[in-house]
Design a protein around this ligand. Structure first.
Ligand code: BDR
Ligand code: CA
Length: 314
């Protein structure tokens, strides 16, 4: 079986942590490295969090720290959702897993340049690292198989009425990535708000009874509480793992090609992903936008992914 090669660029973050768990061990995926950016918390926190997650489940994948803030605007964090560490909830043992010395942007550049164009770049945080890599070394663009991002929305935002966090946190970076000319799949709030992690889902995963499922349950205890406080939902939307799950089963999402433009100029709607759902502009599509998700299948993929940690590492 041909594995899908990917780089996961993230800002853990509770849902990023689940994306890492899903990507690190799945037999259909070949995770080449984890690159980290400031987003849900400062870079210092997010890079530590990525290592804490891997250490918890005994995975030794390389973690590279990238950009400590967005390209142009002021840094935005999401401590209201993810807490003061970015991964509040679980009690992690002292961190022993080391950070790679190489900068994340350089790792992305040389990994893509050395490839045959088969690497998918998944981003589940602000798109700063990938955008900077594209600006620093434009020859990587043709080597990107596809960009799959969690971000944006063709309906409502989650930080402002118009904007979703990952795009708002670095809209200029998102603009660079969306206009780079490679295929791009936008997994936005429109679908990720359909995968609400209700208490019965947490119980179902907890029953698996291995380190990954214990971590999942501890993460969701915090994440679901803050999501309820802020949005009033009984279950937190498990945004980021939808990207990885869609690589495991490309049938998971219903995609609609649309012309997508990032709003960089407006005051009220800065960071909005303007998706021409109805084709008003008569412009060519620039992204495949997720418009629906098979929710039951998603939870099956999550369960299957967590169960992999019951087995000895292949
Ligand atoms: C996105 O923002 C972050 O808080 C989450 O990790 C996710 O990537 C959802 O808007
Ligand atoms: Ca994230």
């Amino acid at each position: 079986m041909e594995k899908t090669k990917l780089i996961l660029d993230c800002d853990p973050g509770h849902d990023d942590a689940v994306a890492i768990l899903l990507a690190a061990r799945h037999p259909k995926l070949d995770l080449l490295g984890i690159t980290v950016v400031a987003g849900n918390q400062t870079l210092e926190n997010t890079q530590q969090n990525a290592r804490k997650v891997l250490q918890w489940v005994g995975e030794d994948l390389p973690v590279y720290a990238g950009c400590p803030g967005p390209l142009v605007r002021q840094k935005l964090i999401a401590a209201d959702i993810h807490g003061s560490t970015g991964l509040d909830g679980p009690v992690f043992p002292p961190l022993t897993k080391e950070l790679e010395a190489e900068h994340a942007v350089h790792f992305i550049i040389h990994t893509l340049l050395d490839s045959d164009g088969e690497i998918t770049v998944v981003t589940t945080g602000p798109m700063t690292n990938l955008a900077l890599a594209i600006r620093l070394e434009p020859r990587i663009v043709e080597k990107i198989h596809r960009i799959v991002l969690m971000g944006g929305s063709y309906t409502n935002g989650n930080v402002t009425p118009a904007a979703e966090f990952n795009i708002l946190a670095d809209a200029e970076a998102a603009h660079i990535c969306f206009t780079c000319g490679r295929p791009i799949t936008m997994v936005g709030l429109d679908v990720t708000r359909k995968v609400l992690c209700y208490p019965e889902i947490v119980e179902r995963m907890k029953r698996i009874g291995n380190p990954a499922s214990e971590l999942f349950a501890a993460l969701m205890a915090h994440f679901c509480r803050t999501q309820k406080e802020i949005f009033g939902w009984e279950g937190g939307p498990l945004h980021d793992p939808v990207t990885v799950a869609s690589l495991i089963d490309p049938q998971l999402l219903t995609l609609k090609p649309m012309n997508v433009q990032i709003d960089l100029r407006s005051t009220q709607s800065y960071g909005r992903t303007n998706c021409d759902y109805f084709g008003y502009l008569q412009l060519p599509p620039t992204a495949d936008v997720a418009v629906d998700i098979d929710v039951e299948h998603f939870w099956d993929i999550i369960e299957e992914g967590l169960r992999l940690y019951s087995e000895d590492k292949p």
